[in-house]
Design a protein around this ligand. Structure first.
Ligand SMILES: Nc1ncnc2c1ncn2[C@@H]1O[C@H](COP(=O)(O)OP(=O)(O)OP(=O)(O)O)[C@@H](O)[C@H]1O
Ligand SMILES: [Mg+2]
Length: 424
């Protein structure tokens, strides 16, 4: 029988390490350290191999993290599993890492794997632990691109913080979030995940809030493009837009958001042609290209859907054209609750305020709430009663002095737009 030698890893062993890794990591059980991590550790950390002649029959690879070492790979070729080859790379690795002064050497292994090689080498099994991992939403190679376009990962709870609006929420969940987050499920039902959607509705109704919530829910980076800022670049707006989309193309995932898109996508034509005509043409091309790749979505928002160039809303560019209306009662309740100080909350008739603020935008409600607070503070100072609380009447009075941002005529227009332009 050929003798087994233990020696340090060298670059020529890489192919055989890859083969061994494929052999010992079984299907359906995921390796805790990926092959890429194992290779990185072979090259940069500590690795020993067992060889018979030219054939690599075992390997142990480790890395040190402060005083704790981790074995990122340990494998013995199947034919040698029972022989005394099995423990020797482990032992050799431990000797190689000894000068680092480690207090502990640890390994995570699949549940069904044998333990003998480890327990025979002084390792102790801890049954009380469970292994958890999270796929990080941004990979290292994406960091630069993300920075360039000002993208970032949003906190995880934004979706749940959108109060009420259950109709809009379930629509966005069914049409956008689920097909994008679970493409296999979508495919099973023949649903094609959307690539671009348009949100429209009166000002301040939550279009930006929803776009951010979708990104948060998907755990994808949120990249907002500001046409007004892009224009400063020198290459012109069209060139700057193109450059941004090229950078975004380098990201694995992204929710790209363009607010007030009517500014750069308004109706073309007219003499002389409007200065944004070239930009509109460019954006149309960019949207078409953007549709070619999966793992990303473009969300555009507008207050003036009627002003958009017709080519924009044609089938094949935007998968859905979704109206976002004024906040419903539940949303208004949540918005009120956000602004009423907790000391005053018990004494305020929230139902009355919710009813009285029907037709107002979140921003209108915020305005009324702040107004009531200011007046109440002024009164408390005037009357020397700093312990007083805000009352329902304070809020009702402030509401009386608040003009609705969205007029009745605008609401009618919005309804008409829903009839003619919405695509769900
Ligand atoms: N359903 C909701 N629940 C809680 N807060 C909300 C909700 N919808 C909107 N808001 C709040 O209302 C404010 C305005 O919302 P947002 O900026 O998303 O509106 P918008 O439609 O993008 O407005 P604009 O048309 O002016 O761009 C934000 O402060 C947001 O947090
Ligand atoms: Mg907005």
């Amino acid at each position: 029988m050929t003798r087994t030698y233990i020696r340090d890893f060298h670059g020529d062993d890489l192919d055989q390490i890859v083969r061994l890794w494929g052999q010992v990591t079984r299907e359906n059980e995921w390796p805790i350290y990926s092959l890429a991590e194992v290779i990185a550790s072979c090259q940069q950390d500590h690795a020993v191999v067992a060889v018979q002649g030219d054939v690599l029959v075992g390997a142990a690879v480790g890395r040190a993290a402060h005083a704790q070492g981790w074995i990122v790979f340990f494998g013995i070729a199947a034919a040698d599993g029972s022989s005394d080859v099995s423990a020797s790379p482990l032992h050799a690795l431990e000797r190689r890492m000894a000068p680092l002064g480690l207090a502990k050497l640890s390994i995570l292994i699949p549940e069904e794997d044998g333990l003998d090689a480890f327990t025979g080498n002084g390792f102790e099994v801890h049954h009380s632990v469970r292994y958890l991992e999270r796929d990080m939403p941004i990979q290292r190679r994406e960091i630069e691109s993300l920075k360039e376009v000002g993208g970032r990962i949003l906190p995880p709870h934004l979706w749940d913080r959108v109060a009420g609006m259950s109709h809009e929420k379930s629509l966005l969940k069914e049409r956008l979030v689920t097909p994008l987050a679970r493409p296999e499920l979508a495919e099973r039902f023949g649903v094609v995940p959307p690539r671009a959607v348009m949100l429209f509705g009166p000002p301040g109704t939550g279009k930006t809030t929803f776009a951010r919530a979708v990104a948060s829910r998907l755990d994808w980076p949120f990249v907002e493009l500001f046409p007004s800022r892009l224009a400063d670049g020198g290459t012109g707006l069209a060139g700057a837009l193109r450059a941004s989309f090229e950078t975004i193309d380098e990201l694995e995932h992204a929710v790209v958001f363009i607010d007030e898109v009517e500014e750069i996508a308004s109706r073309r034509g007219g003499t002389p042609p409007s200065p944004t005509q070239g930009v509109t043409n460019e954006l149309l091309k960019l949207v078409a290209d953007f549709r070619d790749r999966e793992g990303r979505i473009l969300i555009c928002a507008t207050n003036f859907i009627r002003a958009l160039d017709a080519a924009f809303l044609r089938h094949g560019r935007f998968d859905y054209v979704i109206p976002i209306g004024l906040p419903d009662a539940e949303a208004r309740r949540a918005i009120w609750a956000r602004y009423i100080p907790s000391e005053s909350a018990v004494g305020v008739d929230l139902d009355r305020l919710v009813a009285a603020s029907d037709g107002l935008t979140p921003a209108d409600i915020e305005f009324a709430a702040r107004r009531a607070s200011q007046e109440a503070l002024a009164r408390a100072l005037r009357e020397g009663d700093e312990a007083s609380a805000l009352t329902t009447d304070d809020y009702a009075r402030a509401l009386g002095g608040t003009r609705a941002t969205v007029s009745a005529a605008e609401i009618d227009e919005f309804q008409a737009d829903i009839e003619t332009l919405a695509r769900l």
